[in-house]
Write a protein that binds this ligand. Sequence first.
Ligand SMILES: Cc1ncc(COP(=O)(O)O)c(C=O)c1O
Length: 392
Amino acid sequence: MTFGELKPHLRLLLGPGPSPVHPRVLKAMSTNVVGHLDPDFLEVMDDCQQMLRELFGTKNRVTFPVSGTGSAGMEAAVCNVIEPGDKAIICVNGVFGTRMADVAGRYGAEVIQVEADWGMPIDPADLKKALDANPDAALVGIVHAETSTGVLQPMEEIGAMCKDHGALLLMDCVTSLGGVPVEVDKWGVEIAYSGTQKCLSCPPGVAPFTISERALGKMRERKNKVASWYFDVSMIENYWGSDRSYHHTGPITMNYAIREALRLIFEEGAEARFARHALASKALQAGVEALGLSMFARDGARTPTLNTVAITENIDDGGVRKQLLNDFNIEIGGGLGPVAGKAWRIGLMGHGARQENVVYLMSALEVIFKKMGYIDEVGEAVTAATRVYAEA
Ligand SMILES: Cc1ncc(COP(=O)(O)O)c(C=O)c1O
């Protein structure tokens, strides 16, 4: 049997992830592999933990990249603190809140859902009602940046509310970490996880994770073992902590990758990076409006990292995305679940959140829109996006 050489297209990844991988991350991934207990690798682990604490805004000792994608982070976050019969209030305003509720249920939680319309943030008053009605709730789970709708959840009030009610707060920051501020300690978040393929501009493969001493306390008081062997933090923490005892063979290359991605973030400076994401999103929105379209997520609650564009009925959703891919090598995402066919999801994450990408996407959309008869003239969207950058 013979197979051809691997030759994927060189795409511009402006969908919901993976985002464009920084060339320095790719280079780090071709570094020679050492053993997972090699002193050189232990140093890599220490570096990753230190930089992740800083990025998460936490002093949590147990902070490390879980082996696996963002969903592995979600499972690890849930399974360690949930025991069968625990009440978990899960906030659901999109696909990933729905997934979190599913995961919590699978680990035996009695799940109470607090819902908001897709495209809207969770109303803290609704969460308060659920907490008042369930004073014994062990956990509140929430998604910071909902990738299916483009909503950024304001977090400030929520942590204090959970603390008052004695519930642990668990936050998904898969589409926010590295693109917008994440303040685990300041917001009173006790468990958080992310992914690498979004604002860290790494391939998918490990999931940044952090857990507070208070949440670890709940884990240590469990009556039963954590149902997942692989994600049992009481064992994994011995590998990432001072014992360095074998748990599973760490994905060496992915840890090289995340280390380089984190180094890039701190070289750029977190504030400069957040400003770059905000500006790219502002330019994109200006271009979208010049095309006669509008944003899907509610104004004032949009994440700059994942921009959802409402598709009007005259537009051929699949047709436009196919032309972007085939004629321009640009990937953007379609809607998920109830939003399928109603919105595009345009990721401007990490290395992708740059002027040249926004301007190129606008020019490609203008060519396609003109050909399909959606606009009469080309140039307005590129001009609108360019103006945002020129005036910044
Ligand atoms: C908000 C959010 N949570 C969780 C996940 C799951 O991550 P993964 O697909 O890497 O397993 C994603 C993936 O897109 C996500 O956007």
